[in-house]
Ligand binder design. Sequence first.
Ligand SMILES: [Zn+2]
Length: 496
Amino acid sequence: MQIYNTMTKKKEIFEPHEKNKVRIYVCGPTVYDYIHIGNARPMIVFDTFRRYLEFLSYEVIYVSNFTDIDDKIIKKANDSNMTTKEITEKYIRECKTDMENLNIEEATYNPLATEEVDSMIEFISNLISKGYAYKVEDGTVYFDTSKSVEYGKLSHKNIDELKSGYREIKITGEDNKKNRNDFVLWKPMKEGEPYYDSPFGKGRPGWHTECCVMAPKYCGGVLDVHAGGEDLIFPHHENEIAQFEALFEKPYSKYWMHNAFLNINNEKMSKSLGNFFIVRDVLNKFDGNVLRLFMLSTHYRTKLNFSFELMESAKSAYERIKNCVNNIKFLILNSGNSVVPINLKEKIFYNKDEFNEYLNDIKLCDDFNENEKEVINKVIEHIEKYFKSLDDDLNTADAISEIYEVVRIANQNLKDNDELIYMLFLYDIIGMMLTILGIEIVEDRDIDIDVEKYIEERNEAKKNKDYKKADEIRDFLLTKGIELEDTRQGVKWRKI
Ligand SMILES: [Zn+2]
C-alpha cells in the first residue's frame, strides 16, 4: 500500500515500524459543543484507513484524544452556568453518539488532556532544562522555535517568511515572545479559570503539548501515522514535532496524513455565514451510512463540497446499492435452500487472506454455467481494481465506483433460478466491499408498521379471491412509502 506523506510531499510505500502492527494517532475534537460535519471528515477517513489496515491483517492501535481543557470550554461553562467537567462530559457523550451513528469503530484509547497534566508538566520541565523553553514575566512558558533548526519542515514553510510577520504579534498581547513562531507550552492562570499547580506556577498546558505527550504514551513509544485535518498542519502539528524532536532527538511520526477541507456550497463553513452544520442535524435528515458514503466518495486529499442536494444524490446511490443487496437476499431466502445471508453490518471476511482463499475456491468451482463464469470473471476484475484503489493512498472514491460496477452487473444478471453459490458470491462481494469502508446495509429504521404482516394478510385475501381487499392493502402500504412487487418467489417489498 502507498500513502501520501505530508512530510515528504510524496506517496510512499507504507511500512510501519513493526511488521504486523500499526500505531495511529488522530487529533480529536475540542469538546465544547456538538461536532460539526468538518469534524466528521477525519473521523470517517481515518476510521476507514484503520478498517482497511485491519482487513490487511495489521493489528491497529488507534488513539484519538478529546481536548477537554481550552478557552472555548471555559467560556461555554461560564455562559451556561456549568462546570467545565460537566460541559466536556456532556459533549464527549454526544460526540460518541454521533460517531456510533457514523459506524466509527471505538478507538483503542481516547485519552483526555485533563488526565495527563502531570506528564505534560514533566515534558515542559524537561524542555526548559534542555534550553528549548523559557518563561516570561506574566508566567507564560514558550517554546523557543529559534532553537529548532528544522522548524517548518512539515508545513514546508520558510522560517524567514514565518519571521517576517513578527510585528503583528506585538498587538496580540504576546509581546514577551522572543520569536514570532514561539508558542505557548504553559498558560498562567486567569481569575476564575481552572488551573493546575506546576513548577512554573498555577496554570494549564497549551494545546500543542497535549498531543505530543499523549500520542507516544498511548501508542507505545513510537508512532507510525499521525493524522488529522489539513488545518492542523500549521501550527499544531509543526509545533508538536518541534517539541517532541527537541526533547527526544528522534522522528516523532513516520507518516503524516491530512485530509482536505470541507466546504459548504463551495464556501467556507462558518457560523457567521450561517452555513454551519452539526453532524446531529445532518443525521436527523439522512442515515449515517449515507453521510459516510458521501464523504468517502471524494478522495480524502481533495476538497469536499457539502450540500443537501449532494446528500440527496448520495442517498439515491445508497438506496440503489441497498435495493440490489436486498434483491439478492430475497432471491437467496426464497431459493428453497435454508441459507440465510449474513447481515451487512458484520465483516464478511475477517481479512484478505480469508477472502483470497474463498476467491480461489470460487475460481476452482465448476458449478457455474458459461454465463455465470463470465459474470464472475468480470466481478473479479472489479474487485482487483477496488483493492488497487485502496492501496493507492486510500482512494475510496475510485473504490466506491467499483462497488457501483458490481451492483450494476448483479442487477443485470441475477435471475430467480440462479445457483445459490453464485447468488451468494455476488452478495458476499458487495457486502465485503461495503463493510471494509464501514458502510452498512441497515433495515429501514423509520418504518413503524409490520410490512410482513400486511403482506400475509394480502396473500390471504388473494387466496380467498378478495382482490378488492388485496388492492386496498397494497394501496395502504403505498401511502406508507412501501412498494410491493409480486414475483414467482413471492412478494417483495421495498421502501420508496
Ligand atoms: Zn493534536
